[in-house]
Write a protein that binds this ligand. Structure first.
Ligand code: DOR
Length: 456
């Protein structure tokens, strides 16, 4: 009998101690040992000489559109795209149809997706002015990543527009609250700018820097009063970055690969409404500030904000065209290309996609290559030069703003709890993702009612 379920041999591991050339073995889903395992036997051996073995990449912001089956995406296709792109776990957003706002909608979603996920997963609950006083209970549901707040309208109906409602939301519960910061009143007041322009290049003018900054500063004032930790999603402006430096005790920061890789006005000229997302892609001054914030250690996580809409939907005249672009599958290749270009180190990438998410959200047993942690690895070839093409994409929306881009650095294997789920571009087996567990959740043990129901 083999000693281990999996041995990854001869790769360069990125561990909390740095880079280390070593083998790593997984038994019963967990990392059993790291070191020279020359004679060890394993059911599966992956030769990783010349490759880098990263802790599994965790994408803490995706929209897989379930329930609702709008935009063609669902949990199965979205997680398929994730593992093809080297992602081992995701947090799914609640702005679905119906939105995930109470026990019934959450439980129905959990039941519907739990056997159809290719990767490990967690689900957000959406805050509304109506459910504010139930959030403390809802954030403890099994697999719950926490509460998501939209301060500005985007896709779907979820919205907490005013300070009164936001205060109630922040008062209910204890876990870190993830927030989309755009000021709804300002967006309403300025929508005529978009309508008058009728062209997507006006998107960053309609949803301007002040719209983002105003919401972020309102949020932090209320979070401080409530003593609540917050996670500011997809930060896009230099003003917010400078402001958030003073709030590192309670605020974590997310930046997206698209805000680091696309720039206004060029992206609107080249991609039209395919470059439309909320908050918008801004100019190079903001982009440079985001890169500096990454170098300075200010940014905690990279989230793809995978938000698929079909080309037909995107073809509506602006501003009726929906905001959002796919990204879960391109996160790793795109960011490795930035590594190749010298804009980012591999260790920083690992911090932003594994250790950072685990730290910000208290994900149990994930986020690093350590003995006793889950055997999740994203194995990458830093030398591989590949072009992102439509036929490689698994998202049902069928397009990517990065199609045609040639990148250096590519995910060659996705290993989840010791199972090879993707090897050399091929997705293997059946969906076998598990729900994530969080150290701050009473769901930490598996004895809760919903988990018992779900497994019976
Ligand atoms: O561009 C966006 N699209 N931003 C969001 O906040 C939501 C997302 C979506 O769900 O389409």
């Amino acid at each position: 009998m083999a000693a281990f379920d999996l041995v990854v041999r001869g790769g360069t591991l990125i561990t909390p101690g740095g880079e280390e050339q070593a083998d790593v073995a997984v038994l019963d889903g967990r990392i059993a040992t790291i070191g020279a395992l020359g004679r060890a036997t394993a059911a599966t051996v992956i030769e990783a000489r010349g490759l880098h073995v990263l802790p599994g990449v965790i994408d803490t912001q995706v929209h897989f559109r379930e329930p609702g089956l709008t935009h063609k995406e669902d949990f199965e296709s979205g997680t398929h795209a994730a593992v093809k792109g080297g992602v081992t776990a995701i947090f799914d957003m609640p702005n679905t149809k119906p939105a995930i706002v109470d026990e019934a909608t959450y439980e129905a979603k959990f039941r519907a997706v739990r056997k159809r996920s290719w990767c490990d997963f967690a689900l957000y609950v959406g805050a509304t002015p109506q459910n504010a006083d139930q959030l403390a209970v809802l954030e403890q549901m099994p697999a719950c990543a926490g509460i998501k707040v939209f301060m500005g309208s985007s896709t779907g109906d979820l919205l907490v527009p005013d300070d009164e409602a936001l205060r109630k939301v922040l008062a209910s519960g204890r876990r870190r609250v993830a927030v989309h910061c755009e000021d709804d009143q300002r967006l309403k007041d300025r929508r005529s700018i978009a309508e008058a322009a009728g062209n997507v290049s006006a998107h960053p003018e309609w949803r301007d820097e002040q719209s983002s900054f105003q919401a972020t500063s309102r949020l932090l004032a209320l979070a401080r009063l409530a003593g609540r930790r917050v996670h500011v999603l997809h930060v896009t402006t230099g003003q917010e970055i400078d402001f958030l430096i003073g709030h590192r005790d309670i605020a974590t920061i997310e930046v997206t690969p698209q805000h680091l890789s696309l720039v206004a006005p060029d992206c609107y000229a080249a991609l039209g409404t395919r470059a439309q997302m909320n908050p918008p892609i801004r100019d190079v001054v903001h982009q440079e500030r985001l890169w500096r914030a990454i170098a300075d250690g200010l940014v905690d996580v990279l989230g793809s904000d995978h938000a698929p809409h079909t080309i037909a939907e995107k073809s509506k005249p602006y501003p009726e065209s929906p905001s959002g672009m796919p990204g879960v599958q391109t996160l790793v290749p795109l960011m490795l290309d930035h590594v190749a270009a010298g804009r980012l180190t591999l260790r920083r990438f690992t911090d932003l996609t594994a250790a950072g998410p685990a730290r910000a959200f208290g994900i149990a047993r994930k986020g690093a290559i350590r003995v006793g942690y889950d055997g999740d690895f994203t194995i990458v070839d830093l030398q591989a030069k590949r072009t992102i093409t439509a036929d490689w994409l698994a998202s049902r929306c069928g397009w990517s703003p990065f199609e045609g881009r040639t990148v250096t650095g590519w995910p060659v294997a996705t290993i989840i709890r010791g199972r090879a789920v993707m090897l050399q571009g091929e997705v293997l087996g059946e969906p076998a993702g598990h729900r994530l567990r969080f150290t701050e959740s009473t769901d930490f043990s598996s004895s809760d009612r919903m988990a018992r129901n779900a497994s019976s």
